[in-house]
Each structure stands twice: as structure tokens, then as C-alpha cells.
Design a protein around this ligand. Structure first.
Ligand code: HDE
Length: 704
């Protein structure tokens, strides 16, 4: 009986194999029945080039017998599979990578010899990787977190890596604190949670004991850490660098990326729900934009300043917890970056790309920022453990696109085959071996250093609260309320009361009103004392450039509109909204109870892009609800439809409705306001969809 069964199974399998193999005489690639026939399939081979005749069955001593050690094909395949993973990045493990180019539009020849910054019109290929910081490689795209913004420029003078973030300041001043910061932020070591979240005891414990973090805390509690899209973030090199011109003169520089689509964030409740609806929300958004040819673009800008100017700043520019307000040193736009090519392979490119702040080109040099100095060591070191070899620069995504040559040899996974007997310098035996280039090679700035050696924090780094206060006071009232509410949320997840109190104590130095709002949100009956400040808080001019709302562009370009329909909806109304939104630059997706489509009022079937339960309104910037009376009645009984409109309203989005849509709103207990418009008035819908209905917020949630 057993024997019979086995034979029948073997025959079935053989049949399958024959069907797919009949397309050509080569062995099949997948061997499945659904595999497409036809085409020129290359032979499936082992890594030694041996054609494989059967990729479905391992070699056995008899049909039901044990597998044989002799099966070198099985062993090769399984061994390779067993080793597919490499250590993920300690921080910034989760990311999206895209190829693109940089084009210089204004020369910095007066300041630097770096050709990428002097040859106007020159296009330099690049690879950009945008990441979250705290979560593992498989974590969600939309936690409250800083975004890494790393760009590898493949310049004619060698690779230049600008490894920045989407906020311009950092938590700590000295690299020696980085392991502590990251250990506090990551999941707690005994319990293994939370994944990618700052809302837990160890993070806030560390922060409450680290006053220098307060400025960055204001940034991470703002909606900057809840980006709507990776295409809508700013980027900052954070540290001061130096530019060096051909006379050897040095000018300090800060680097900035400014998104052409403008800065845009989600709000907290929305971000939480997006995490559930689509864990890959940002990666998918970027992929779909690139696939559709909507290439994201950033302006590249610099802030340039001399040592004398720096000496007059009311803060130390070598301290990475400080920024230079644009009002003090204006941004000069000198180029643009366009991302236009998705990688062929996620692992080979996005995972294996190795950024190092030490990768600079002649004409660019480092400042003494102690955080930057530590980074110059860390990144090369981390690549060795991640990628396993000093030869990681030979991996295609890391290799310079200009010629490079030296006398370094051998090592794990050496791919090159350097010819000749000379592997040293100087030598007199070879007339074409690489030599130093004294004039054009990289040179460090000649700076005079003086002072006492020691483990010392400069006095000029002691002001921990002034820029935190400046940031908070520069925000709109809506953004201030979001910051206060974020602090209440985060600290409410902290079990240790003394940590909550210590944090509110720090907030008192930043702004008493903020401290009061947070204390009240946490239900304190008494205001905690403020800790002693190392320096009195300085009054600084408000900097509107620090807002998000002020920078949201008056456009639908890059945004997404969702239209909820059902059987019986009016096709003409749907079409008008679709046209108005796409004409204004948005992408449109139609959502219905069934993914197969909806039968419209005129009897035609309309194909749809998403099924209601799997396509909530959090995935869109604005929505339209077009329903017949019957459709509205049916959807009034669907919690997914009720959530669709309630969430759109509570996330302050524009909603266009026809009569049926209005009925659904009523069933969902959603009121009409200026952001709820008639579906027939597409102009009004487009205007409302370009912004959020900020005034609505106080009606839908209690903010701190
Ligand atoms: Fe990083 N950081 N970092 N960092 N960082 C890494 O390098 C480190 C800092 C940033 O897409 C690691 O390749 C130290 C500031 C980005 O691959 C590691 C210090 C800024 C990325 C490392 C800092 C950053 C990293 C982990 C304090 C903004 C992702 C994997 C001195 C200017 C790059 C890796 C990518 C990655 C160390 C602080 C940005 C461990 C020691 C400040 C965007 O080497």
C-alpha cells in the first residue's frame, strides 16, 4: 500500500517536471505547474557551473530511503542558504536604498578643490540609504524615530560619504557616550522589548541624566520623527566639516538636503495605525514613486562660515547638540539630488553598502567635533564585523567609480588579481605602480592645536537648554501641542516615577508652560524641581525655519488620494475627482469592499486598487467617499468603512462626499466642517487636500 502511494506521488511529480521542462530542453528553473513556459531560460547550475537535472528531489538510497551524503548538490544549496544572513547594523538596520545622481548648480571653487563641488553641470552618481535608527532590520517603517540620511557620492576624486540624519542635532556631545545612548534606546536587554520605540524606562532614564540631550529631545518629540514619506524629509550632515581651497584656506561648512516636495509629517495616532496597515509603508512609497517615474528630488545647500564668525556664535558649532539657525547663516543652494533607480537586489546593495564619514575627497576635511572624531573610527570598524572582510570596498555598491590603486594585498575574499612582482612603495622595479600625488592628493588642514591634554568637556559645550527653548518657541501652536502630547505619551510608558519627574524638571528650563502641560498630562499633583543648569538659559530669536507646518508645500504632488466606493457608486463623480487629483499631481487609489471591483450605477464594472479592510484611510493624504444610498447603508454596518471616514476626519484630512458619502459620515458620527467638501466641487477638494485641517484637532482629541 505504501509502495503504491509513493509511486503515484513520484509519477505526479515527474509529470509536473515534464510540463515545465517541455518549454525548452533546459532543466526547469522552479519546476512548478504555474511556471510560465517559453522564453530562453538559462540552465540552472551549481556554483561550479554544473547543470542541474532535478531541483525538486534530493538523492536518496531508494524512493523512501535516507538521503545520501553524496548529494553534493543538496549540500551546496543548503550550506549557502545557512549562511545567507550577515550581522545587521547595530543602529540604522532598517532602511530603503535608492540610486540616483547629484548635479552641481553653483560652484564653490572659492572654498574647495573638491571637483564635485566646483564643476557646475557635472552629474555624479550616488547611492542613498534612508533608515530608522532603533529597530532591527525587520521592524516597521513608521515608529517615532530619527531617520538616517546617508549618501555615497561616487566622485571623480573617490567616494565621498555624507552620513547624516533628518534632524540637524544629536543626543550627545562625545562619542564615548554613544554605546550608552544606544543601549538605552534599543530593546531592554532582559526582556527583549520594545522594538524600535523610545517610550520605555531605560531610554528616558538615560536622557533624564543627560541634560545635553534636551535639544534633540525637542526634535524627536516633534512630528519630524513621524515623516509622511521618505521623499518628504530634510537631511543634515549635522557636524561642521571644513572645505579647503587651492590656497589651503579652510572654511567651515554644514550640509543640508531640502526636499522638493516639502517637509511633511503624519500625526502620532496616524503613524501608529499606519504601522498596522502597512509595515513597509515608507519602502513601498519610495518603490512605487520610482516605478512610476516620480523621482524624488532634494536641493543640496550649504552654510559657510569662518572661524571668526564661529567665534561670535552664542554656542559652539563643534557641539553636535547645536544647530546654526538659517537666520544666522543663510543656506546657499548649490545643487540637486535626484533618486531615479531602484536597486537590482536589496541585499547586494542596500544591505551591503558601507558608509563611513571618513570617506572624504580632497578639498573636504573634518572639524574637531568630538562626536565626528569618534565616528571616523567606528564606521570602518563596524563594516569589518558586518561584511567580514577588509576587501568590502570591492563589493560593487561600495567600489569607487574612479580608478583606484595601492599596494594593499590579499585578505579574505580578494576579488582583484594584481599582476607583477612589486607590492610595495617606494620601488624602482616597476614603472607603472601607484605613487603619491603631493599636489592633488588628500591633505589635512594645517591647524594649530594647543591646550592641556585630558578627558575634558569644553566649557563652551555647557549650554544645554537655550536651543531646546528656541526650537520649542519657534513652533506653531499646533506643533507645540504635539510636542507636549508626545512627551506625555512617552513618559506615561515609563514605570519609574522618579524618571518622569526628572524629565519634567528639565522641561522647566526649556519652557515653564511646556513643563506645566506635561506635568498636567501625567497627572502630577506637584511640580518637580528643575535640576541645576550648568549655564543660564540664553534668549534666542525664534527660527520659523524649524517648523514643519510652515514648510508644508501648497501642492498635491507626491501625495495620495483614496476614493472609497461600493456597488452602485456614480462613475462620473469618481472620474471627476480622480482627474482633478491626478491633474494636481496626486496619485489616486480606488478602494471598495471587494478587490474584484465594484458595479457602478450605470452597470459597468470598475476595477479597484484596494480592498476596504486592507486599505484604510491612513494610507492616504485625503479621501473621497462616493456611495449610492444602498452602498452607504451597507457600509454603515462595516467597521472598516466607519474607521475609514472617522480616521480621515480625526487625522485632519480633507474629505469629499456625495449624498451617500455624507450618509456614511453621519453613521460614523463625523461632523461637517470646512475640510469636508462636496464631491462635485473638485476645486474645493483639491485646495482642502493640500493641507491638514489643524483647527479640527482640538475637537477630536485632548492634547497636552
Ligand atoms: Fe552613526 N553609526 N554613529 N550617526 N549612523 C552607524 O555604522 C556611530 C551618528 C548614521 O545607511 C554604524 O555602518 C557612532 C550621528 C547613519 O548604512 C556605526 C556615533 C549621525 C547610519 C555608527 C554615531 C549618524 C549610521 C552602524 C557617535 C548623524 C546608517 C552601521 C560618535 C550625523 C548608515 C554602520 C547606513 C550608522 C556609529 C552618531 C548617522 C555603529 C560611534 C551624529 C545615517 O558605525
Amino acid at each position: 500500500m505504501h509502495k503504491e502511494k509513493t509511486t503515484r506521488h513520484a509519477e505526479n511529480h515527474k509529470q509536473k517536471k515534464d510540463t515545465s521542462a517541455s518549454a525548452d530542453s533546459q532543466p526547469s528553473v522552479g519546476g512548478e505547474m504555474h511556471q510560465k513556459a517559453g522564453g530562453e531560460h538559462p540552465a540552472l547550475t551549481t556554483n561550479q557551473g554544473l547543470a542541474i537535472s532535478d531541483n525538486q528531489n534530493s538523492l536518496k538510497s531508494n524512493p523512501r530511503g535516507p538521503a545520501l551524503l553524496e548529494d553534493f548538490i543538496l549540500r551546496e544549496k543548503i550550506t549557502h542558504f545557512d549562511h545567507e544572513r550577515i550581522p545587521e547594523r547595530i543602529v540604522h538596520a532598517r532602511a530603503t536604498g535608492v540610486h540616483g545622481f547629484f548635479e552641481l548648480t553653483a560652484s564653490l571653487k572659492r572654498y574647495t578643490t573638491a571637483r564635485i563641488l566646483t564643476e557646475v553641470g557635472q552629474k555624479t552618481p550616488l547611492f542613498t540609504r534612508i533608515s530608522t535608527v532603533a529597530g532591527g532590520a525587520g521592524s516597521v517603517d513608521t515608529p517615532r524615530d530619527v531617520r538616517g540620511f546617508a549618501v555615497k557620492f561616487y566622485t571623480k576624486d573617490g567616494n565621498w560619504d555624507l552620513v547624516g540624519n533628518n534632524i540637524p542635532v544629536f543626543f550627545i556631545q562625545d562619542a564615548i557616550k554613544f554605546p550608552d545612548l544606544i543601549h538605552a534606546i534599543k530593546m531592554e536587554p532582559d526582556r527583549g522589548f520594545p522594538q524600535s520605540a523610545t517610550a520605555h524606562d531605560t531610554f528616558w532614564d538615560f536622557i533624564s541624566l543627560t541634560p545635553e540631550s534636551m535639544h534633540t529631545v525637542m526634535w524627536i518629540m516633534s512630528d519630524r520623527t513621524l515623516p509622511r514619506s521618505l521623499r518628504m524629509i530634510e537631511g543634515f550632515g549635522v557636524h561642521s566639516f571644513r572645505l579647503i581651497n587651492d590656497a589651503g584656506e579652510s572654511t567651515f561648512v554644514k550640509f543640508h538636503w531640502r526636499s522638493k516636495l516639502g517637509l511633511q509629517s503624519t500625526i502620532w495616532d496616524e503613524a501608529v495605525k499606519i504601522s498596522g496597515a502597512d509595515q513597509d509603508f515608507h519602502r513601498r512609497d519610495m518603490f512605487e514613486a520610482i516605478e512610476a517615474g516620480n523621482f524624488p528630488e532634494w536641493e543640496f545647500a550649504v552654510q559657510l562660515f569662518t572661524q571668526e564668525e564661529a567665534d561670535r556664535f552664542p554656542f559652539d558649532h563643534l557641539d553636535a547638540t547645536k544647530l546654526i539657525p538659517e537666520e544666522l547663516v543663510p543656506l546657499r543652494v548649490i545643487g540637486r539630488m535626484v533618486l531615479d533607480r531602484w536597486p537590482n537586489n536589496f541585499f547586494a546593495e542596500t544591505e551591503q553598502v558601507a558608509y563611513c564619514p571618513s570617506h572624504v575627497v580632497p578639498g573636504i576635511d573634518f572639524s574637531n567635533d568630538p562626536l565626528l572624531q569618534g565616528r571616523l573610527f567606528s564606521y570602518l570598524d563596524t563594516q569589518l564585523s558586518r561584511l567580514g572582510s577588509h576587501n568590502f570596498h570591492q563589493i560593487p555598491v561600495n567600489a569607487p567609480k574612479c580608478p583606484f590603486a595601492n599596494q594593499q594585498r590579499d585578505g579574505h575574499m580578494q576579488m582583484a588579481q594584481p599582476a607583477g612582482r612589486v607590492a610595495y612603495e617606494p620601488n624602482s622595479l616597476s614603472d607603472n605602480s601607484p605613487r603619491e600625488t603631493p599636489t592633488k592628493g588628500f591633505r589635512s588642514t594645517a591647524v594649530t592645536e594647543s591646550g592641556e591634554k585630558g578627558r575634558i568637556r569644553a566649557e563652551s559645550f555647557a549650554d544645554h537648554y537655550s536651543q531646546a527653548r528656541q526650537f520649542y518657541l519657534s513652533q506653531t501652536a499646533y506643533e507645540q501641542a504635539h510636542i507636549a502630547s508626545a512627551l506625555v505619551f512617552e513618559l506615561s510608558k515609563v514605570g519609574h516615577v522618579h524618571v518622569r519627574e526628572a524629565m519634567v524638571g528639565h522641561l522647566r528650563h526649556i519652557e515653564e508652560d511646556l513643563a506645566n502641560r506635561v506635568a498636567s498630562g501625567l497627572g502630577f499633583d506637584k511640580m518637580p524641581n528643575a535640576p541645576e543648569a550648568a549655564m543660564p538659559v540664553q534668549a534666542m530669536e525664534a527660527s520659523p525655519a524649524l517648523q514643519i507646518i510652515g514648510k508644508m508645500k501648497d501642492t498635491l504632488t507626491g501625495r495620495a488620494i483614496g476614493i472609497l466606493i461600493a456597488d452602485g457608486s456614480d462613475g462620473a463623480v469618481i472620474e471627476n475627482i480622480k482627474k482633478a487629483a491626478t491633474d494636481a499631481g496626486a496619485t489616486v487609489k480606488v478602494v471598495a469592499p471587494k478587490v474584484g471591483g465594484a458595479k457602478l450605477a450605470d452597470g459597468t464594472m470598475l476595477a479597484v486598487d484596494g480592498q476596504l479592510a486592507g486599505t484604510p484611510s491612513v494610507l492616504f493624504d485625503a479621501v473621497a467617499v462616493i456611495l449610492c444610498d444602498e452602498g452607504a447603508k451597507a457600509l454603515s454596518m462595516e467597521s472598516a468603512a466607519i474607521d475609514f471616514v472617522r480616521d480621515a476626519f480625526c487625522h485632519l484630512k480633507a474629505i469629499a462626499v456625495d449624498q451617500g458619502g455624507q450618509a456614511l459620515l453621519k453613521a460614523a458620527n463625523v461632523a461637517r466642517d470646512a475640510g469636508v467638501v462636496d464631491a462635485g466641487d473638485t476645486d474645493a477638494f483639491v485646495v482642502a487636500a493640500k493641507t491638514r485641517q489643524w483647527e479640527r484637532e482640538k475637537l477630536v482629541r485632548t492634547l497636552a
